[in-house]
Design a protein around this ligand. Structure first.
Ligand SMILES: Nc1nc2c(ncn2[C@@H]2O[C@H](COP(=O)(O)OP(=O)(O)OP(=O)(O)O)[C@@H](O)[C@H]2O)c(=O)[nH]1
Ligand SMILES: [Mg+2]
Length: 383
């Protein structure tokens, strides 16, 4: 099944994406937020967590970060589990830069963190230590762009370039409520042009041309990039009188999960639902492989080393096995879905038939009643 962009987030859908061997041990998924100070990164982290774990049965799994100026790289986690599938969701919240007169190299601690996680994993793989718990390789990095309405600043371009060579990068526009829809649309256009001009490699989902529906979803995802986001930890009343997370203004209310107000829901679906699996795979296959080769070169080994070749062959074998398992599972889900749809259709047809029968019975009862009334009237008249 191809997940629709607007469909609600359901943790129970995670197994559809990453259901392989990890199902027993669980899978790690790490998101990182980066950007200038005060753009709402920490607020966004809290908003995302509360929207994901809202109805979660175990209150201890609710994790809330203290709101304040973030001064060091902070890690927030939540273990999400449903139907036996575990996802260890981690968000790496970084201190905002831009507070200093000279912001040159402000991105160094952030990219160092990403590199260190990759290198630590190479080391741990070399030791065949499969029980290492703290795998913090970043699968997706959200870069917060201030909603200036102009275009990317040289600092944004520099940081995004540095990040995109190491990690799946998704640019987001912070505080969507501070721009009008028209200003937001042209701001997005200018950012897209700037990204293309500077050849910044932002995350692009793979397009499956054989599946027109999923190709359309992917195109829609790319058309909405960079995503505008909203953060709020406050409950407000929307126009329909419902209590929602949002921000209240004199002129009205902006709602975090209203698709007309920001791309929050689209972005959440993309990273947590529809493309989590691809973000994990591309991190392993592209970014981690790059770091691994670099580490090998640094340690004087090459990919031709017999030990390295044997390990690579084993990895390829395991990857292929995982891939075939994944395909088998997806196919099974698809068949079950089709079976369910058919059953649902039969049920609807049966309901319609019964309704029709009921209607006909109702009509004949009515006709009989009228006949009885007529007969009574005639009888009374003949008296
Ligand atoms: N208008 C508006 N304000 C927001 C939004 N998100 C966060 N804020 C406000 O922006 C301020 C800064 O938010 P933080 O989440 O601390 O920002 P940060 O990016 O984590 O800042 P640093 O930790 O210094 O890097 C707070 O007063 C938030 O209430 C938003 O979507 N719209
Ligand atoms: Mg912060």
């Amino acid at each position: 099944m191809t997940p629709s962009l607007s469909s609600a987030v359901g943790i129970s859908n995670l197994p559809n994406q990453r259901h392989k061997i990890v199902s027993r041990k669980g899978t790690n998924f790490t998101i990182m937020v980066v950007g200038e100070s005060g753009l709402g990164k920490t607020t966004f982290v809290n908003t995302l967590f509360s929207s994901l774990i809202r109805d979660y049965k175990k209150p201890e799994h609710r994790i809330q970060k203290q709101m304040d100026h973030t001064v060091q790289i902070d890690v927030v986690r939540a273990d999400i589990e449903e139907n036996g599938f575990k996802v260890r969701l981690t968000i790496v919240d970084t201190p905002g830069f831009g507070d200093f007169i000279n912001n040159q190299d402000c991105w160094v601690p952030v990219v160092d963190f990403i590199d260190e996680q990759h290198f630590a994993h190479v080391k741990h793989e070399e030791k065949h230590d499969r029980n290492k718990k703290d795998d913090l390789r970043v699968h997706v990095c959200l870069y917060f762009i201030p909603a200036t309405g102009h275009t990317l600043r040289p600092l944004d371009i520099e940081v995004m370039k540095q990040l995109s060579s190491r990690v799946n990068l998704i640019p987001v526009i912070s505080k969507a409520d501070t721009l009008t829809p028209l200003a937001m649309a042209s701001f997005k256009d200018r950012i897209r042009d700037c990204i293309a001009y500077h050849n910044i490699q932002v995350y692009t989902p793979p397009i499956n041309h054989d599946d027109t529906e999923s190709a359309k979803i992917t195109n829609d995802i790319m058309a909405a990039m960079p995503y505008s986001v909203l953060g709020s930890e406050t409950d407000v009343q929307n126009a329909a009188g419902e209590t929602v997370k949002g921000r209240q203004y004199l002129w009205g209310t902006v709602e975090v999960e209203n698709e007309k107000h920001s791309d929050f829901v689209h972005l959440r679906n993309l990273i947590i639902r529809s493309h989590m699996s691809d973000l994990i795979e591309s991190t392993e296959e592209i970014h981690y492989e790059k770091s691994r080769s670099l580490k090998l070169t640094q340690s004087g080994k090459t990919d031709d080393d017999p030990q390295v070749t044997a390990k690579k062959n084993l990895e390829t074998l395991m990857k292929n096995e995982e891939e075939s398992l994944r395909k088998k599972f997806t196919e099974q889900v698809r068949l079950e879905e089709t079976r369910f749809r058919k059953w649902e259709q039969r049920l609807i047809a049966e309901r319609d038939r019964l309704n029709k029968d009921l209607e006909n019975q109702h009509k004949s009862v009515k006709a009989l009643e009228e006949e009885v009334d007529e007969l009574i009237a005639k009888k009374n008249a003949s008296r």
